[in-house]
Design a protein around this ligand. Structure first.
Ligand SMILES: [Mg+2]
Length: 456
């Protein structure tokens, strides 16, 4: 009788790990390409055989994760917040946030596997059992609003319930009289930056962002001197009218990648398109110019959205408290990970702001986003960039396949991220040609050290 009771009890106890004695022993990375972009994947190894999966933000560098190795080896990965506070100082905005964030996610994956609970449970439980996904839609090259409408219609026919499209001023570079700029500058853009602007089908890579190309592409919106003429505004308005004529008015439609023009021109554009029911306009200005967002928010009736490049929840607060945004758009792999995203969601509740989650990563980053979206009340939808990558889903073994069905992804009940293992053979077929090797030793990072105390 005693034995039976003991057996019964042990069925409910996770005996594959002794969480209090769990220790990190190693961190290794593998860079793959095309999933949909350059994805640096992370494994954190432990003394109990369980491995945590993480990922550095899309189109970023594994170095941002590897430099943290010596700071967390020997520590218990279940102490996620404690370790996060130790490495937080090594994160930065945009891709620089990817190392800290990717490690944070891998720690949660280990904690979940060690204790036998899914990530969403550790964040406080879930608000929903399936997550609405939206597929950002772009049409390559010169095209019309009708073409874009048809591309979005295809998404809708596949079950998607929320639409977003790229709409940028580059469509007008060859339309006489639609744009003006210091003479010669538009020619520079056409020559050097077109690939960088029209990057959606692939990854922005090193070659694309060197030399004059980098210089041109990194001029902030307000300093390009580009303006949109009335003819240009007519052109853009007609484009959106055409899109709506194909997809109708019942589905939300957001706009991204407008272009590098001054906020005043953006306001004129927004006023023109209010009547087409736009769900949000994304990254209309560099996110850190709070006053630009506030000025535009006060002068149009379309929600403004930004956040995929913001590191830490606290850095969203100026935009939220000033009323500059109606929707935030964090990337779990830039903001600092799952707990920072949860903190941002709480902050949004304070200011009355909705959230969509940016995601252009492998199934590792995607599962992290799905767990976070389950655990945050104000989430509208999670972005999905890999509808056209046939092998994407197979990278992670143990997740739903297909993961997105009729525009939704189920929230898994499995421990951690819900990934059983990575598909190593498939990974070996997609290693980034500039960063060869699959989970190679990282001993070169064992003695990376600085006096990390940020005060004296
Ligand atoms: Mg975006």
């Amino acid at each position: 009788m005693e034995n039976t009771l003991k057996d019964k009890l042990s069925e409910n106890i996770n005996i594959c790990s002794n969480p209090s004695e769990l220790k990190i022993t190693d961190i290794r990375v593998t860079n793959i390409n095309g999933a949909p972009k350059h994805c640096p994947l992370i494994k954190i190894y432990t003394n109990q055989g369980i491995v945590g999966y993480g990922e550095v933000r899309d189109a970023s560098s594994a170095t941002y994760a590897l430099m943290l190795k010596s700071r967390i080896v020997g520590e218990n990965p279940c102490n996620v917040d404690k370790l996060f506070r130790r490495i937080k100082q090594f994160g930065g905005h945009s891709r620089q946030g990817g190392g800290v964030s990717g490690i944070e996610i891998a720690l949660w994956d280990l904690a979940g596997k060690a204790w036998g609970v899914p990530l969403w449970q550790m964040l406080g439980g879930k608000f929903r059992d399936k997550i609405r996904m939206y597929a950002d839609t772009d049409v390559d090259g010169k095209h019309t609003g009708i073409d874009m409408g048809k591309a979005i219609k295809k998404r809708i026919d596949n079950g998607y319930t929320f639409a977003k499209m790229d709409l940028g001023i580059e469509l007008m570079l060859d339309e006489p009289g639609c744009l003006n700029a210091p003479l010669g500058f538009l020619d520079d853009i056409k020559k050097y930056s077109m690939k960088a602007i029209n990057h959606q089908k692939g990854s922005i890579d090193m070659d694309m962002m060197m030399g004059k190309n980098y210089e041109t592409f990194t001029i902030p919106h307000h300093a390009t001197g580009i303006h949109i003429t009335q003819k240009g505004l007519d052109y853009l308005e007609n484009y959106i009218r055409e899109v709506r004529s194909v997809i109708g008015y019942e589905i939300p439609l957001a706009i991204d990648h407008f272009g590098h023009v001054s906020i005043e021109d953006c306001i004129m554009f927004a006023k023109r398109i209010e009547k087409y029911n736009i769900a949000w306009i994304e990254d209309i200005a560099p996110w850190h110019y709070t006053s630009h967002f506030v000025k535009m928010a006060n002068n149009c009736n379309i929600p403004l959205c930004t956040g995929e490049d913001i590191y830490l929840a606290e850095n969203f607060e100026p935009l939220l408290s000033s009323g500059g945004v109606g929707v935030v758009h964090p990337d779990v792999l830039t903001i600092g990970g799952a707990l920072e995203l949860k903190k941002l969601s709480n902050m949004c509740d304070k200011y009355g702001v909705a959230m969509a989650i940016h995601m252009a990563e492998s199934p590792v980053g995607c599962m992290a986003a799905i767990h976070c979206a389950a655990a945050a009340q104000n989430v509208l939808a999670v972005e999905f960039h890999s509808t056209d990558v046939p092998w994407w889903n197979d990278l992670a073994v143990g997740i739903d396949n297909p993961l997105v069905v009729n525009g939704f992804a189920k929230v898994p009940d499995k421990p951690g991220l819900g990934i059983d293992e990575l598909n190593e053979e498939l990974i070996s077929q997609h290693i980034h040609d500039k960063y060869p090797g699959q989970w190679l030793p990282t001993t070169a990072w064992d003695n990376e050290w600085a006096n990390d105390r940020e005060w004296s």
